[in-house]
Design a protein around this ligand. Sequence first.
Ligand code: SAH
Length: 385
Amino acid sequence: MNKLTVGSSAEKKIKEGVRLLGSKDYPDLNKDNQLVYLYSRSNTFLGTAYLSKQNKGIGWLIADQEIKLDRDFFETLFQRSKGKRKNLAKSDTTTAYRLFNQEGDSFGGLSIDRYGDFALFTWYNTFVYSIKEIIIEAFQQIYPEFVGAYEKVRFPQAGHQSAHLYGKEAPAYFDVLENGVSYSVFLNDGLMTGIFLDQRYVRDRLVNGLALGKRLLNLFSYTAAFSVAAAMGGAVSTTSVDLARRSKELSYRHFQANQLDMSSHQLVVMDVFDYLKYAKRHDLSYEIVVIDPPSFARNKKQTFSVLKDYHRLIHQVLDILSPDGMIIASANTSNMPVSQFKKELEKGFGSHKHTYIDLQQLPNDFAVNEKDESSNYLKVFTIKV
Ligand code: SAH
């Protein structure tokens, strides 16, 4: 077995409980795609890790002791992750959620979601991908209830983003439930599925009273899942704005899945900043505005970054918010701590009076590493203005 001696900064992070091996801490590393035993400079054993470059980091610490990556190892992991989600598994009203979440379930680089009777594996690097057969076998042993499975591949080398893995094939589109609301999903088209499961808590709240009797504007709406949740929760109207043309058809599918009449629900294909100007010019106003931008976006005219430009969104939204309105401000970034997000929001509010109602983060099926703030990447403030 390969032994890897780590520097003092890496050793400190490991001892603090961080599981991601950051590239800065391993500058001269010439190994990739293998299991290694980590040792400190003073030769104390630190844990078992695997090396594999991915979007963030160069590998993951996966155990405090020496381990072998065999089927038994994964069966034990899956048994534990299944135990944590017993309540969700019993639910008749929620049939889509995360079954296994990376380092929060003790194995970074892998996530598995439930979409009704199907499982969806996401491989984040070439190493997990290379051992996928044993992972799938172990999974089938612990979760025989799934009739079929698909994969998403989040690194370029595999040459594809999506594929069928085993068992039955799912229909091109099918409905799943979340808190009693239907969503139309698809498992075999690019990296998306039609819904971001990590926003469940926010949708729950919109279904269960927050949106009742309100006019809601949903910015960066993708498939308009927040709007559908609000509509099912009694919103009098919703307006969903996204620049991607395809989002309109997919949004319509979610509404249709719930037999919602579209007469008070509008799907707008437009740049959010243009829409905000348009709405101001036409004296439109909303009682709830949801803002959920991508962490980074570029269009013909400008770039947008959550880290630097969020305040502009708040500033412009204030112009079209009804008195006593509410903003739901979401940021999906692991490299921006909660405190920094709040600062950015404050910059947008300026001297406008506002009250933070609360901060919602990842739902409990998206298990996080409590010792590493960056693993709880989702931050959603509900703010009364
Ligand atoms: N709120 C959505 C997820 C948003 S994903 C949900 O809950 O499902 C980010 C979306 O922002 C993408 O659909 C993308 O098309 C859209 N987008 C990016 N830049 C945009 C812009 N300038 N104006 C409008 N939409 C934009």
